[in-house]
Design a protein around this ligand. Structure first.
Ligand SMILES: Cc1cc2nc3c(=O)[nH]c(=O)nc-3n(C[C@H](O)[C@H](O)[C@H](O)COP(=O)(O)OP(=O)(O)OC[C@H]3O[C@@H](n4cnc5c(N)ncnc54)[C@H](O)[C@@H]3O)c2cc1C
Length: 207
Protein backbone atom coordinates (compact mmCIF):
# COMPACT_ATOMS: atom_id res chain seq x y z
CA UNK A 1 0.00 0.00 0.00
CA UNK A 2 1.26 3.48 -0.84
CA UNK A 3 0.12 6.61 0.97
CA UNK A 4 1.13 10.13 0.19
CA UNK A 5 0.58 12.93 2.69
CA UNK A 6 1.38 16.49 1.85
CA UNK A 7 1.71 19.45 4.22
CA UNK A 8 1.11 22.89 2.82
CA UNK A 9 3.45 25.76 3.41
CA UNK A 10 2.64 28.84 5.43
CA UNK A 11 4.51 28.28 8.65
CA UNK A 12 8.04 29.52 7.95
CA UNK A 13 9.32 27.66 11.04
CA UNK A 14 8.42 24.16 9.82
CA UNK A 15 11.50 22.00 9.27
CA UNK A 16 12.09 18.63 7.61
CA UNK A 17 12.30 17.00 11.05
CA UNK A 18 8.70 18.08 11.77
CA UNK A 19 7.39 15.87 8.96
CA UNK A 20 7.68 12.68 11.03
CA UNK A 21 5.63 14.27 13.84
CA UNK A 22 2.88 15.29 11.38
CA UNK A 23 3.03 11.92 9.64
CA UNK A 24 2.40 10.09 12.93
CA UNK A 25 -0.15 12.65 14.09
CA UNK A 26 -2.25 12.19 10.94
CA UNK A 27 -2.04 8.40 11.17
CA UNK A 28 -3.02 8.31 14.83
CA UNK A 29 -5.37 11.25 15.32
CA UNK A 30 -6.93 12.33 12.04
CA UNK A 31 -10.27 10.55 11.73
CA UNK A 32 -10.45 10.87 7.94
CA UNK A 33 -7.02 9.27 7.50
CA UNK A 34 -7.80 6.55 10.05
CA UNK A 35 -11.07 5.76 8.24
CA UNK A 36 -9.28 5.55 4.89
CA UNK A 37 -6.31 3.45 5.96
CA UNK A 38 -7.99 1.30 8.63
CA UNK A 39 -7.04 0.82 12.25
CA UNK A 40 -4.07 -1.50 11.88
CA UNK A 41 -2.22 0.80 9.54
CA UNK A 42 1.17 0.15 11.13
CA UNK A 43 1.22 -3.38 9.72
CA UNK A 44 1.08 -2.27 6.10
CA UNK A 45 3.02 0.96 6.05
CA UNK A 46 6.55 1.44 4.78
CA UNK A 47 9.23 3.53 6.41
CA UNK A 48 8.39 7.16 5.85
CA UNK A 49 10.23 8.83 3.01
CA UNK A 50 9.71 12.54 2.59
CA UNK A 51 11.12 15.49 0.78
CA UNK A 52 10.23 19.16 0.80
CA UNK A 53 8.86 20.73 -2.37
CA UNK A 54 10.73 23.75 -3.65
CA UNK A 55 8.12 26.51 -3.59
CA UNK A 56 7.90 29.99 -5.00
CA UNK A 57 10.57 29.94 -7.71
CA UNK A 58 14.35 30.11 -7.44
CA UNK A 59 16.17 33.42 -7.81
CA UNK A 60 18.29 32.21 -10.75
CA UNK A 61 17.16 29.45 -13.10
CA UNK A 62 19.90 29.78 -15.73
CA UNK A 63 23.64 29.66 -16.26
CA UNK A 64 26.01 29.31 -19.18
CA UNK A 65 24.60 26.43 -21.30
CA UNK A 66 22.04 25.67 -18.59
CA UNK A 67 18.31 26.16 -18.00
CA UNK A 68 16.37 24.81 -15.01
CA UNK A 69 12.59 24.34 -15.14
CA UNK A 70 9.61 22.84 -13.29
CA UNK A 71 10.05 21.65 -9.71
CA UNK A 72 13.82 21.96 -10.00
CA UNK A 73 13.28 25.71 -10.49
CA UNK A 74 10.74 25.86 -7.66
CA UNK A 75 7.82 26.57 -10.00
CA UNK A 76 5.24 25.51 -7.41
CA UNK A 77 2.65 27.98 -6.21
CA UNK A 78 3.15 28.31 -2.42
CA UNK A 79 -0.55 28.96 -1.83
CA UNK A 80 -2.03 26.05 -3.78
CA UNK A 81 0.85 23.57 -4.15
CA UNK A 82 0.17 23.42 -7.88
CA UNK A 83 3.17 22.92 -10.09
CA UNK A 84 2.02 20.85 -13.06
CA UNK A 85 0.89 23.66 -15.33
CA UNK A 86 3.84 25.85 -14.31
CA UNK A 87 6.23 23.00 -15.17
CA UNK A 88 4.53 22.61 -18.56
CA UNK A 89 4.56 26.34 -19.29
CA UNK A 90 8.12 26.69 -17.97
CA UNK A 91 9.18 23.77 -20.18
CA UNK A 92 7.62 25.42 -23.21
CA UNK A 93 9.39 28.73 -22.50
CA UNK A 94 12.65 26.83 -21.98
CA UNK A 95 12.19 25.11 -25.36
CA UNK A 96 11.46 28.44 -27.09
CA UNK A 97 14.58 29.97 -25.55
CA UNK A 98 16.69 26.99 -26.65
CA UNK A 99 15.37 27.21 -30.23
CA UNK A 100 16.46 30.86 -30.33
CA UNK A 101 19.82 29.91 -28.78
CA UNK A 102 20.40 27.15 -31.35
CA UNK A 103 19.54 29.50 -34.22
CA UNK A 104 21.86 32.20 -32.87
CA UNK A 105 24.53 29.70 -31.76
CA UNK A 106 24.59 31.53 -28.45
CA UNK A 107 24.21 29.63 -25.16
CA UNK A 108 25.83 32.25 -22.95
CA UNK A 109 24.52 33.07 -19.49
CA UNK A 110 23.06 36.29 -20.87
CA UNK A 111 21.18 34.44 -23.63
CA UNK A 112 19.82 31.91 -21.11
CA UNK A 113 18.70 34.71 -18.76
CA UNK A 114 15.96 35.57 -21.30
CA UNK A 115 14.20 32.38 -20.21
CA UNK A 116 14.23 33.42 -16.53
CA UNK A 117 12.68 36.78 -17.35
CA UNK A 118 10.03 35.08 -19.51
CA UNK A 119 8.73 32.73 -16.85
CA UNK A 120 8.93 35.39 -14.16
CA UNK A 121 6.83 37.71 -16.35
CA UNK A 122 4.37 34.93 -17.25
CA UNK A 123 3.66 33.48 -13.78
CA UNK A 124 6.69 33.69 -11.43
CA UNK A 125 5.91 37.24 -10.28
CA UNK A 126 2.75 35.93 -8.63
CA UNK A 127 4.59 33.51 -6.31
CA UNK A 128 5.58 36.38 -3.99
CA UNK A 129 1.90 37.24 -3.49
CA UNK A 130 1.05 33.58 -2.98
CA UNK A 131 3.68 33.19 -0.27
CA UNK A 132 2.51 36.37 1.50
CA UNK A 133 -1.16 35.26 1.39
CA UNK A 134 -0.22 31.76 2.51
CA UNK A 135 1.71 33.03 5.55
CA UNK A 136 -1.13 35.45 6.34
CA UNK A 137 -3.69 32.60 6.26
CA UNK A 138 -1.46 30.47 8.45
CA UNK A 139 -1.56 33.22 11.10
CA UNK A 140 -5.23 34.14 10.61
CA UNK A 141 -7.05 30.99 9.35
CA UNK A 142 -10.42 32.64 10.04
CA UNK A 143 -9.95 34.48 6.72
CA UNK A 144 -9.97 31.13 4.93
CA UNK A 145 -13.18 30.21 6.77
CA UNK A 146 -14.63 33.59 5.73
CA UNK A 147 -13.65 32.89 2.10
CA UNK A 148 -15.42 29.52 2.32
CA UNK A 149 -18.57 31.22 3.63
CA UNK A 150 -18.30 33.76 0.79
CA UNK A 151 -18.10 31.00 -1.83
CA UNK A 152 -21.11 29.22 -0.30
CA UNK A 153 -23.03 32.47 -0.18
CA UNK A 154 -22.24 33.83 -3.63
CA UNK A 155 -22.49 30.62 -5.65
CA UNK A 156 -20.97 29.34 -8.87
CA UNK A 157 -20.05 32.60 -10.62
CA UNK A 158 -18.05 33.71 -7.57
CA UNK A 159 -16.49 30.25 -7.29
CA UNK A 160 -15.42 30.36 -10.95
CA UNK A 161 -13.69 33.72 -10.47
CA UNK A 162 -12.12 32.42 -7.26
CA UNK A 163 -10.83 29.35 -9.14
CA UNK A 164 -9.32 31.58 -11.85
CA UNK A 165 -7.21 33.25 -9.16
CA UNK A 166 -6.31 30.07 -7.31
CA UNK A 167 -5.18 28.28 -10.47
CA UNK A 168 -3.05 31.23 -11.54
CA UNK A 169 -5.11 32.15 -14.61
CA UNK A 170 -5.59 35.55 -12.97
CA UNK A 171 -2.96 37.15 -10.66
CA UNK A 172 -3.48 36.79 -6.90
CA UNK A 173 -3.61 40.56 -6.48
CA UNK A 174 -7.18 40.35 -7.88
CA UNK A 175 -8.19 39.11 -4.42
CA UNK A 176 -8.06 42.77 -3.43
CA UNK A 177 -10.90 43.53 -5.86
CA UNK A 178 -14.03 44.59 -3.92
CA UNK A 179 -15.91 41.56 -5.29
CA UNK A 180 -13.64 39.46 -3.09
CA UNK A 181 -12.25 41.75 -0.40
CA UNK A 182 -15.58 43.36 0.57
CA UNK A 183 -17.51 40.07 0.45
CA UNK A 184 -14.89 38.26 2.51
CA UNK A 185 -14.73 41.18 4.95
CA UNK A 186 -18.49 40.96 5.61
CA UNK A 187 -18.29 37.17 5.92
CA UNK A 188 -15.47 37.66 8.42
CA UNK A 189 -17.62 40.00 10.54
CA UNK A 190 -20.45 37.44 10.34
CA UNK A 191 -18.12 34.66 11.50
CA UNK A 192 -16.67 36.71 14.34
CA UNK A 193 -20.17 37.59 15.61
CA UNK A 194 -21.34 34.01 15.21
CA UNK A 195 -18.36 32.56 17.05
CA UNK A 196 -18.48 35.18 19.79
CA UNK A 197 -22.17 34.50 20.42
CA UNK A 198 -21.65 30.73 20.31
CA UNK A 199 -18.76 31.08 22.75
CA UNK A 200 -20.51 33.42 25.18
CA UNK A 201 -23.98 31.95 25.20
CA UNK A 202 -23.26 28.38 24.21
CA UNK A 203 -26.69 27.58 22.77
CA UNK A 204 -27.24 30.58 20.53
CA UNK A 205 -27.45 29.43 16.93
CA UNK A 206 -27.50 31.84 13.99
CA UNK A 207 -27.48 30.39 10.47
C1 LIG B 1 2.12 14.63 -3.23
C2 LIG B 1 2.11 15.68 -4.30
C3 LIG B 1 0.90 16.18 -4.75
C4 LIG B 1 0.86 17.15 -5.76
N1 LIG B 1 -0.35 17.62 -6.19
C5 LIG B 1 -0.39 18.50 -7.21
C6 LIG B 1 -1.65 18.94 -7.74
O1 LIG B 1 -2.71 18.53 -7.30
N2 LIG B 1 -1.64 19.83 -8.75
C7 LIG B 1 -0.48 20.32 -9.29
O2 LIG B 1 -0.52 21.14 -10.22
N3 LIG B 1 0.73 19.91 -8.80
C8 LIG B 1 0.80 19.01 -7.79
N4 LIG B 1 2.03 18.59 -7.31
C9 LIG B 1 3.25 19.16 -7.89
C10 LIG B 1 3.53 18.54 -9.26
O3 LIG B 1 3.50 17.13 -9.17
C11 LIG B 1 4.91 18.99 -9.74
O4 LIG B 1 5.02 20.40 -9.60
C12 LIG B 1 5.14 18.63 -11.19
O5 LIG B 1 4.99 17.25 -11.41
C13 LIG B 1 6.54 19.06 -11.58
O6 LIG B 1 6.87 18.57 -12.87
P1 LIG B 1 8.38 18.39 -13.25
O7 LIG B 1 8.39 17.92 -14.67
O8 LIG B 1 9.15 19.63 -12.92
O9 LIG B 1 8.97 17.29 -12.27
P2 LIG B 1 8.55 15.76 -12.14
O10 LIG B 1 7.14 15.54 -12.53
O11 LIG B 1 9.01 15.36 -10.78
O12 LIG B 1 9.44 15.06 -13.25
C14 LIG B 1 10.82 14.87 -13.07
C15 LIG B 1 11.18 13.54 -13.72
O13 LIG B 1 12.60 13.41 -13.75
C16 LIG B 1 12.93 12.09 -13.40
N5 LIG B 1 14.33 12.12 -12.90
C17 LIG B 1 14.81 12.55 -11.72
N6 LIG B 1 16.12 12.40 -11.65
C18 LIG B 1 16.50 11.85 -12.82
C19 LIG B 1 17.76 11.46 -13.34
N7 LIG B 1 18.89 11.62 -12.66
N8 LIG B 1 17.78 10.93 -14.58
C20 LIG B 1 16.64 10.77 -15.31
N9 LIG B 1 15.42 11.14 -14.86
C21 LIG B 1 15.36 11.67 -13.64
C22 LIG B 1 11.92 11.71 -12.34
O14 LIG B 1 11.81 10.32 -12.22
C23 LIG B 1 10.65 12.35 -12.91
O15 LIG B 1 9.98 11.49 -13.79
C24 LIG B 1 2.08 17.63 -6.31
C25 LIG B 1 3.30 17.12 -5.85
C26 LIG B 1 3.31 16.16 -4.87
C27 LIG B 1 4.64 15.59 -4.43
Amino acid sequence: MFASLSCSSGNPNVKNEDLLKWHNYLLEKDQAVIRSLGKDVRGVIETMKAGPLRLGGIAKSYANHCIVTGDAAGMIDPLTGEGIHHAMEGGKLAAETLIDAIEAGNFSEEAMSVYHRKWMDRFGFDFGWSMAICQFLYRFPIFLDAATVAVQLKGNAFLARWADIMTGRVPKVHLLHPVFSVTIFFCLIYLIIKRTLTCSWGRVKID
